[in-house]
Design a protein around this ligand. Structure first.
Ligand SMILES: *Cc1c(COP(=O)(O)O)cnc(C)c1O
Length: 386
């Protein structure tokens, strides 16, 4: 779906994008077109939709909103973040190489290492905060750069504009996983990236009640290729999930403002706490990526990680004592979640790499929710004292 470029502010855009009144009834909220197929007046003659894998009016409106979020010309919705990633990789050919930042989401690493490597696509995992190393690693086979920033779970910050310049020189495509920052705080396409991918399961969905993914691009050829894969392979969201996600987008700006302000308070509290060894949060001035974060982000979002003083058993005790935070995979919902990357989200990362990255047994990752900050901090404080 193509979106109109607007000059309005993002908090207005999220409310209005793709939200047109239903022309037949005047309903302010368009109906959910819960249908698989559409009547044709004559073979091949129809009103724009023929089968819901190819397109559905509810999904179209959701995709319009997704495009508007990233100020992109095109957006394609998928049934999960990993389905969206799969579609992007399927634009490549055997023999191509992808340079991937070393600290990617565990499932992304698994998709690349265990599924796609056997199709003779070479995934090279490197530290992309090191720009000299990135330049050195480019080869004639390099067709794609793949980054996350902030990274998961170490919250490293990668300079999107610098990597985009290297990718352009190499004649290759830069993909940015913008799940953590969200379009409210960071727009990779405007910094030179070619493709943005989201796990809409996280902040865009925002309520921990569905799984989804999205791809945004400006280039017509990339859009055509990814649209074809979406249609031909079929990992699409249902009309109902498209509706729920579109509904969530309307509150994205207010939710993110609260996630951001709560996380700043939590980072400040933890960084001063005697039982905390280290806090990884790009909003802290001592974070090595703070300057780049300030340059390319408008907020720091609600994610942070920290290392506890003590071993795994003490970390476990802390996790068990939390009451406001729920111990669970995933992130970006309205409720605060805590995760133990080594044993949970990043268990599939090879052990040597886990060690090298700093994913240790006393590292915890927090997804700071939108509850009252005093309750969130009180919960952390009680669990640390306990
Ligand atoms: C969760 C996540 C994914 C994968 O998305 P799913 O919706 O779980 O398939 C990809 N990237 C990041 C950064 C994530 O947090």
């Amino acid at each position: 779906m193509t979106s109109q470029k607007t000059t309005t502010h993002i908090d207005t855009t999220v409310v209005h994008a793709g939200a047109q009144c239903d022309p037949t009834s005047g309903a302010v909220t368009p109906p959910i077109y819960q249908t698989s197929t559409f009547r044709q007046q004559a073979p091949g003659i129809h009103q724009g939709w023929d089968y819901s894998r190819a397109g559905n009016p509810t999904r179209d409106l959701f995709e319009q909103a997704l495009a508007a979020l990233e100020q992109a010309k095109f957006a394609m919705a998928f049934s999960s973040g990993l389905a969206a990633e799969q579609a992007i990789i399927q634009t490549l050919n055997p023999g191509d190489q992808v340079l991937v930042c070393d600290d990617v989401y565990g499932g992304t690493g698994r998709l690349f290492r265990r599924l796609f490597a056997k199709y003779n696509i070479d995934f090279k995992f490197i530290d992309m905060t090191n720009l000299a190393l990135v330049t050195q690693s480019v080869s004639p086979q390099t067709k794609m750069f793949w980054i996350e920033t902030p990274t998961n779970p170490m919250m490293k910050i990668i300079d999107i504009a610098e990597i985009a310049t290297i990718a352009q020189k190499a004649g290759s495509v830069l993909v940015v996983d913008n799940t953590f920052a969200t379009p409210i705080f960071q727009n990779p396409l405007s910094l030179g990236a070619s493709i943005v991918i989201h796990s809409t399961t996280k902040y865009i969905g925002g309520h921990s009640d569905l799984v989804g993914g999205a791809v945004m691009v400006n280039d017509q050829k990339l859009a055509d290729d990814i649209r074809f894969i979406q249609f031909a392979a079929g990992s699409v969201p249902s009309p109902f999930e498209s509706f729920l996600l579109h509904r969530s987008i309307k509150t994205l700006a207010v939710r993110m403002a609260k996630h951001d302000s709560n996380a700043r308070e939590v980072a400040d509290f933890l960084s001063k706490h005697p039982k905390i060894e280290k806090v990884f949060y790009p909003g802290l001035p001592e974070h090595p990526g703070h300057a780049v974060a300030v340059k390319q982000m408008r907020g720091f979002s609600g994610m942070l990680s920290c290392v506890l003083k003590g071993d795994y058993l003490e970390t476990l005790k802390f996790l068990k004592q939390l009451k406001v935070f729920t111990l669970a995979e995933s992130l970006g919902g309205v409720e605060s979640l805590v995760n133990h990357p080594e044993k949970m989200t990043h268990a599939s990362v090879p052990e040597a790499l886990r060690k090298e990255l700093g994913i240790s047994s006393n590292l915890v990752r927090l997804s700071v929710g939108i509850e009252n900050p005093n309750d969130i901090i009180g919960d952390l404080s009680d669990a640390l004292e306990g």
